[in-house]
Design a protein around this ligand. Structure first.
Ligand SMILES: C[S@@+](CC[C@H](N)C(=O)[O-])C[C@H]1O[C@@H](n2cnc3c(N)ncnc32)[C@H](O)[C@@H]1O
Length: 222
């Protein structure tokens, strides 16, 4: 089997993407595990996780490294975060989730994945969890599927991001405006992000894996 590390901690095997399993022998959401040269890799399902769909569609900038400190808004039960946790092995993921049910599952995951910190909070109110995040982060990932998601994203980058912080926002076009075409929504979100002084690095649409979704990669612009 041919394997290639395409970004730090992200591996391509036969046109699909994988991360090296931090907790050997354990699958998180039913994804398959593959052994190559005594290492175990987890399939990163592009139908279940938006960054994997973006990788399938040619994402060029993947700003997570093994040392990344990450703020994750809308972490749910940790499907995507489990792959970030495989990558940021010396880093930390502060996971904000407003709903108790997925957070309960995330807490079980975090017992073995020590780099995930589950936090029950509303991402619209960063002041309610700032006492738990005592350091600036390298990367903010936002996937809350709310109409005011762009504002939530930027408010958190401004409050918690380092000077050269990167961010990724997963946009579900219909959550922002059902009456507009997805491309129009993505453009409007980008304009808003620019107005709030972020630099747009890349946009990748996620069809057909995630219909009418896109990921926008940004960098703060001090
Ligand atoms: C699309 S799901 C996230 C899926 C997850 N990012 C993944 O890929 O594994 C959106 C999540 O955002 C959460 N959410 C919605 N509004 C929120 C808010 N204001 N603050 C924190 N979490 C929120 C929802 O409860 C839900 O779990």
């Amino acid at each position: 089997m041919k394997i290639k590390e395409i970004f730090e901690g992200v591996y391509k095997i036969n046109n699909d993407y994988y991360t090296k399993n931090l907790v050997k022998g354990e699958s998180v959401y039913g994804e398959k595990l593959v052994k190559i040269n005594n290492e175990e890799y987890r399939f990163w399902d592009h139908y279940r996780s938006k960054p994997a769909a973006a990788l399938k569609n040619g994402l060029k900038n993947f700003p997570i490294t093994k040392n990344s400190k990450i703020l994750y808004l809308g972490i749910a039960s940790g499907t995507t975060a489990s792959h970030f946790s495989d990558i940021a092995i010396n880093g930390i993921i502060y996971g904000i989730e407003v709903s108790e049910i997925p957070l309960a599952k995330l807490k079980i995951l975090a017992e073995k994945r020590k780099n995930i910190v589950p936090i029950l909070a509303d991402a619209r109110k960063p002041e309610t969890y700032s006492f738990l995040i005592l350091e600036k982060v390298d990367f903010v990932y936002c996937d809350v599927a709310q109409q005011d998601e762009p504002r939530i994203f930027v408010d958190n980058i401004e409050k918690f991001g380092k000077e050269n912080c990167y961010g990724m926002i997963a946009i579900k076009s219909r959550s922002i405006d059902v009456t507009k075409k997805p491309k129009e929504v993505y453009r409007e979100v980008e304009n808003y992000l620019k107005e709030r002084n972020l630099k747009i690095i890349e946009r990748v649409e996620l069809d057909p894996y995630q219909k009418d979704h896109a990921i926008i990669v940004v960098k703060n612009n001090p």
